[in-house]
Design a protein around this ligand. Sequence first.
Ligand code: PDD
Length: 284
Amino acid sequence: MSRIAYVNGRYVPHRAARVHIEDRGYQFADAVYEVIAIANGRLVDGGGHLDRLERSLRELRIAEPMTRRALEAVMAEVIRRNGIRNGSIYMQLSRGVAPRDHPFPANPRTQVVMTAKHGAPPSPKIAEDGVKVITQADIRWSRCDVKSVSLLPNILAKQAAREAGAYETFMVDRDGMVTEGSSTNAWIIDGDGALVTRPASNAILDGITRRRVIDLARQSGIKVVERPFSVDEMKRAREVFLTSTSAYVTPVTQVDDRTIANGKPGSTTLALRERYLAFMAQVA
Ligand code: PDD
């Protein structure tokens, strides 16, 4: 089945999908995006992702291009035309196409692009072994709560991880506290056995997986504390893990040169991973 993209009202072959060179997303990163997992042909936490998309648009004063129902219909059609059972959908909404000039254009028309891809779940080996994470200064702006396509610092952080043979980079604020990963949220199990993650604020993206995992943990009777934690505390933590739409719940067994606990994925992390996979399976 050939890949089909959605570009401003048209379904076109993926390889022929184009936007204008004066799309403000292209020139200024004046655009927002979402990545939503698809399990058994259905969106995983679609409502949460669309709520966050609408919030990102509102915060940047980019006009909603269509109603939520219409957007859902387009998403369903993109999934159908690409025959996706398991994978993800990507959508990007930019402020519009206009002659290059910093202020908002007079009559912007929000541009909408969507693609979808097949994807196997992360390999079980990752869950068995855990992954390595490195740490670096967080050099991003102060509106990380907005899911903007302006991802240059995140890209540099992810590339640094790749070059260090690591899976992810956790970014660290000026006070030595972990903000989040370049495309994931960061978690620890602290000395009291509590599940700890940084509270949602403009310093992090409030992950949809993050929210779901908080819910699942509370349902399992695990104590959840939303507070910042330092790199030092993380390195001494009982368990460390990360979450995202595509990584689900992934154990972290090494941070920089430090092995976490006994170097094996923690039991709470693995239990939460199982709970999350079960949640995904029942979405269908
Ligand atoms: N990344 N933090 C950042 C900076 C992110 O880019 C993401 C998502 C997350 C996790 O959010 P969620 O659980 O809603 O996926 C946290 C997506 C997957 C990406 O950029 O591909």
